[in-house]
Structure formats: C-alpha cells, structure tokens
Design a protein around this ligand. Structure first.
Ligand code: ARG
Length: 644
C-alpha cells in the first residue's frame, strides 16, 4: 500500500466537493506531502491556500472546511489546522500497527504489483564496441539496470536491449590500424591480448589522425610563408605546437575533431573513412575482419558487465543488426512524407528552420538517426512495447527529441518514448575524469580499484570494531572467498550507490573517499546497517517466522513510531522512482529509513528490552529494516552480505 496515495484518497472527496474547477484537483492533491518536521505530524496538506484563492475565501477557513468534509475513516486522527492554513495529518497508531502486521509476513513488504502491467523496452549501456568501456558508460548501464529491476519487481515486462555501437567509424579505424600497424605477435595471443592489441591500434590511429589534423590545419591556415621558406621544420613545429594549445578536449564523437579552425586535408582520416565505407558496402575482406574483431571485443565488454553485477541483457542488437533494413526505412519515411530531399542527393527530416536530421548522406551512407528509426520499428514489431526508455547521456537530447518526433510522424503514436537522460561523471576537480596521462579512465580499472578499496575498508573497520570492544567474529573465521565477496559487494555497491543517489540529470564527481564513507548516504552505510540487523537477530537466537506472526506491537515511543512510518513508506518510494524513472527516489528513501533506524537504535534497547513483548515488537522492527534495506538495495543492483 502506498501510504501517501492512501492519505490523498481520503482528501480527494473533500477537495472535490469544494473545488470550483475539477481540473485543479490533481494539483491540490499533490500539495499533500510527508511532513517536513515530525513534530507537526506525519503528513501535511498544503492545499488550502491555493483552494482559498480559487474560492476567494480565507485559507484557515478553507482548511477547516476541508477537514470538516473528510470522510469517516480509521486511518488518520482528526487533522489540526495551523498557521496560514496548513493541515497537519497524523496517522492513527492502530492503523500503523495493522499495516505493520500486514507487511510483517509479506515477502513484498507491502509493495503491490502494478494494477496494469506494461511492457517496457529499456535501451541501455550502448558502448562503442571497438574501444574499452570508460566511465561514461557507467551511468547508462547501472541506471538502466536499476530501472529494469524496479519495473520487473512491480510486475511489468521488461526487455533490455544493449544498442551496441558495432558498425561505426571505430571499425574503420581498427581495420586501417590492422592493415598498417598490427603487431602480429601480440594479436596471435589470447583473447584479451587480441583486444589489448586492437585497443592499442584504435588509440594509435586516433592519435595519428589527431596529430595530422593539428599539423594540417596549422600548415593550411596558420603558417607564416616567409618563416616556412626560411626553416620549414621550425615553422611546422611552431604551427603544430600552436595547434596543440588550441586543441579542444577530445570528446565522444565518432569523428574526433581535435584541433580548432576550419578543416584541412587529413589523409589518415580519409583512409579509415574509406575502410568504414568499404565495410558498409559489404566488402568481403573488411566484413571478415569485422567478424573477427567482434567476439573478443564483446568478451571484454561482458567482463565489465559481470564485474558490475548487472542482470545480463535480454538482447544486444547492435547497430549492425539494422544495416539490411536502412534502405527500406528511408523509402518508408519518404512514402509517409516524413522526410524531404536535402543538398546533393541527401535525404533529411526537417524539424525546424535550423534543426534537421540527415537520414541519408550525399554519398548514400545512412546515419545514427536512420539506425535508431529502424530500431524503433523493429522493437515495436518484435516486442510490442507500451514504452521505450532510452537511458542515454543528456548530450544526445536533441537527437532523441528529433527521433521521437520523427517516429510519431512516421505513425508510431501509441508508444511512450522517453529519453531517460543523465549528466556526466566528473573527476574530483570537477573536470572530465581523466587518467594522469590525459586518457579516458577505463571502467574496468576503476571497478577493480573500487573492489580493492572495498576490501581495505572492510578490513579496517573490522579491526576498529575489534579495538572498540565490539563483539566481532575471529578474523580467521572469514574465508578468502567470503572476504572477496564482501570486498566486491562493498566496492561495486559504493560505485553504484554514489551514482544512483544523484539526481540523474545532474553531473557528479567520482570520489572514492566519499562513496566509501561509512557514515552518510552511501551503500557502505546501508550494508553495515543491514549487517547490524542480521547480527542482532543472530545474537538473539531469533526465530524469524515467529517474530513475524502475530507480533505484540508497541509503538509507544516517538522513535518507534517514526521508524514504522518509514517502513510503511517503501511502496511510496518505489512509486516515486518509477514516476520519473529516477532510482534516486529509492536511495533518498533508504537514507531516511537508515536515519530513523539509528534514532530507534539509540533510544530503544532491543535484545535488552524491558519486557519480552517489547523485545518481540522491536525485533520485528529490526527484521523489517533488514529486509527493506536488502530489497531496496537489490532493486538498485547492490548486494548485501550477512556479516561484515
Ligand atoms: N552508441 C551510442 C553512443 O555511444 C549510444 C547508443 C544509445 N542508444 C541509442 N538507441 N541511440 O553514443
């Protein structure tokens, strides 16, 4: 049961009877919220002010009128009206006890399956295959994974599809690199040797093209003729160094433009583009190389997913899957009048005076947009989804806005299309995360480091607790396996939680120290809280089934009451996470729950409670806190361990 919706449903008839225009009703109901300060009650309705304006009456009078019209119920006490018309709402203790008994034996902790299950396609991860995953791929992968888990938990059908960039210019670069610079010995080694050699070729070709780009622009646009005639090497050096200084941050684009200024000839780029074009045209040798490169690359990528502990994707239809469909897509777009002729035989879709998307280039090549349109058609025909969620970087906002508009014009109006966008991962200094030598940080390296730090942290806190006289197991009790398991739960959990706990649309700074803090809104803190619950139940020799059935409940103290309300708010948190596809509603909830739990823990002895009834009542709360943390973390793709 969603507590908030329940409270709102009590107010709905009262507000409906008073509001002059029914259309204003949802906004009034939305103004009923959890109380910011528990002193004022559990929920607060701030709708009297807005309604008073509509009625031309005084807010406190309207507030009283709303209260007078509330239906009789056994959920809330008679609300009080405060200040300029706030309605303070307090849940009845009896009601709380009943609701708590219900969730005590409920595996789903009160979360009801969706009344109308829908089918979702989630487009997630989508790395470009020819290069190692970097930190930029983290967010799409784990936000997408969390959304899939949450929606599935609610009973929706979810199809995850990794839209791999497996057909782009990167492959032209690899093929060109392979033909010209291959280290045959290294390439003949194991799969990871192959991938390392391919990654080296990719970086080499990219750098080479970048160097030629800077040199060529400098030579073409910025050279001093006289200086060049006098000493060509010195002048070339000068324009090159100048170009380096002007060089913008290389970014994620397919054709990396490294220097500024108008373009200039670049034979290296011409060569790898020619290789790409040959691949796309079906050239037998290039297709053979592409088929040879793909499996080892995919194997490396899957190692990262495994380390990240994401649920294996249902599909990995990469861009290559859609190649045979693209010509037909453009014809269909033409027939539907969605696109028009552009310059020199190109085909474009026009969205505004300055806003057009190419679907076929002058040279006949198709684009990212064409592929994405083919993807929409394919997914709608194959999976018949109600909604498609694209978990992709905010920098592609324009692309998706255009894409969705184009597919509506094309006739796909019955499906919800959503760009679930997210901000960037930055270094501690607020700049894009880079390695010391300026390269992009490989995701695998970061994750391995996280696991290593997770292990250190566990070991350190263990000895701290031991030194502080806590009752901890013998260190030798932990097998190497268990220690490794704890290290990865802590390390990977920390990385995921730090990411998911951000409002997804904002950037955040990647900071191991913060994400592995044992205090505050971190996975580590939640994992320790869980382990503490489990250790209390173990120490008390508690039969969990017995604690859950017909518990004598004592909700006498403020701390217990506050904790119970948090426990009952779990469904509310899940609904909020789904409402705008933001897992951070769940981390916010976990943080509130953990705070109430620590308040409870300080105020209420559990195993040493004064009476057996009180002990049983509190043990149930501990049991429920543990189960709720475990379930909520699981929905975020984060593991708990039974002891730490
Ligand atoms: N490969 C793309 C990139 O790295 C992301 C793919 C996102 N999904 C999509 N359907 N366009 O930018």
């Amino acid at each position: 049961m969603n507590l908030l919706s329940h409270v709102r449903s009590l107010f709905a008839p009262a507000l409906e009877a008073l509001v002059p225009d029914r259309a204003a009703l949802p906004a009034l109901l939305n103004a009923i919220k959890p109380a910011a300060d528990a002193k004022n009650g559990d929920y607060q309705a701030n709708c009297a002010m807005a309604l008073a304006k509509q009625l031309g009456q005084k807010p406190p009078d309207v507030a009283k009128a709303i209260v007078a019209k509330l239906p009789p119920n056994d959920v809330i006490e008679e609300p009080t009206v405060a200040g300029p018309g706030f309605i303070n709402i307090r849940l009845k203790t009896e009601f709380l006890a009943r609701a708590l008994r219900d969730i005590a034996t409920d595996e789903r902790l009160g979360v009801e399956p969706a009344a109308q299950p829908r089918t979702f396609v989630i487009d997630l991860s989508g790395p470009n295959v020819a290069k190692p995953l970097h930190v930029g791929h983290l967010r799409s992968t784990i936000i997408g994974d969390a959304l899939a888990r949450i929606l599935r938990f609610l009973g929706h059908t979810v199809v995850t599809d990794n839209h791999l960039g497996d057909w782009g210019t990167q492959f032209g670069m690899l093929i060109y690199g392979y033909r010209n610079f291959l280290d045959k010995k290294k390439y003949a080694g194991s799969n990871s040797d192959k991938v390392r050699e391919l990654a080296r070729l990719y970086v080499l070709v990219r750098q080479l093209a970048g160097t030629i780009d800077i040199l060529s622009r400098g030579y073409t646009h910025f050279r001093d003729e006289a200086a060049f005639a006098a000493n060509p090497i010195a002048e070339l050096t000068r324009v090159y160094v100048n170009g380096l200084k002007r060089a913008a941050e290389p970014d994620e684009g397919e054709d990396d433009v490294v220097a500024s200024g108008p373009p200039a000839p670049n034979p290296i780029a011409d060569s790898y583009r020619a290789e790409t074009a040959k691949l796309h045209a079906g050239d037998a040798d290039n297709v053979r190389l592409w088929k040879e490169f793909m499996p080892p690359c995919m194997e490396e990528i899957h190692k990262v997913y495994k380390k990240l502990e994401v649920i294996p994707f249902d599909h990995e239809y990469g861009e290559s899957h859609y190649q045979p469909m693209l010509a037909g897509v453009v014809e269909s777009l033409q027939a539907a009048g969605v696109c028009e002729a552009g310059d020199g035989g190109s085909v474009i879709i026009r969205f505004g005076p300055e806003n057009v998307a190419l679907v076929r280039k002058r040279d006949g090549a198709f684009t990212y947009t064409t592929t994405d349109l083919a993807t929409i058609k394919f997914r709608i025909e194959t999976f018949k989804p109600d909604a498609m969620l694209y978990v992709v970087d905010f920098r592609q906002s324009q692309h998706f806005a255009n894409l969705f508009e184009a597919s509506r014009r094309w006739g796909y109006t019955g499906v919800e299309l959503e760009h679930v966008k997210f901000g960037s991962v930055l270094g501690k200094d607020g700049k894009p995360l880079k390695t010391r030598d300026g390269g992009t940080t490989e995701l695998m390296v970061l994750l391995e480091r996280a696991v290593e730090l997770g292990g250190h942290l566990f070991e350190m806190t263990y000895w701290q607790r031991k030194a502080n006289g806590h009752d901890v197991p013998d260190w030798k009790d932990y097998s190497e396996d268990e220690k490794r398991n704890i290290a990865s739960a802590v390390g990977i959990g920390a990385v995921k939680y730090a990411d998911l706990s951000q409002n997804r649309t904002t950037d955040y700074k990647f900071d191991f120290e913060k994400m592995l803090a044992t205090d505050g809104n971190t996975a580590t803190y939640m994992q320790y809280a869980y382990a503490r619950c489990r250790s209390i139940l173990r120490k008390g020799g508690v039969d969990e089934e017995a604690v859950r059935t017909n518990p004598p409940l004592n909700l006498g103290s403020a701390a217990e009451r506050a904790l119970v309300i948090q426990l009952l708010r779990f469904p509310e948190a899940i609904d909020a996470a789904v409402a705008d596809y933001s897992p951070h509603a769940l981390t916010g909830y976990l943080w509130d729950l953990a705070k109430s739990f620590s308040g409870f823990f300080e105020a209420c002895p559990v195993l040493k409670a004064e009476t057996p009834e009180l002990r049983a009542s509190r043990l149930l709360l501990v049991d429920l806190v543990g189960r709720t943390i475990k379930q909520a973390l699981n929905l975020l793709g984060i593991r708990v361990v039974e002891r730490m």
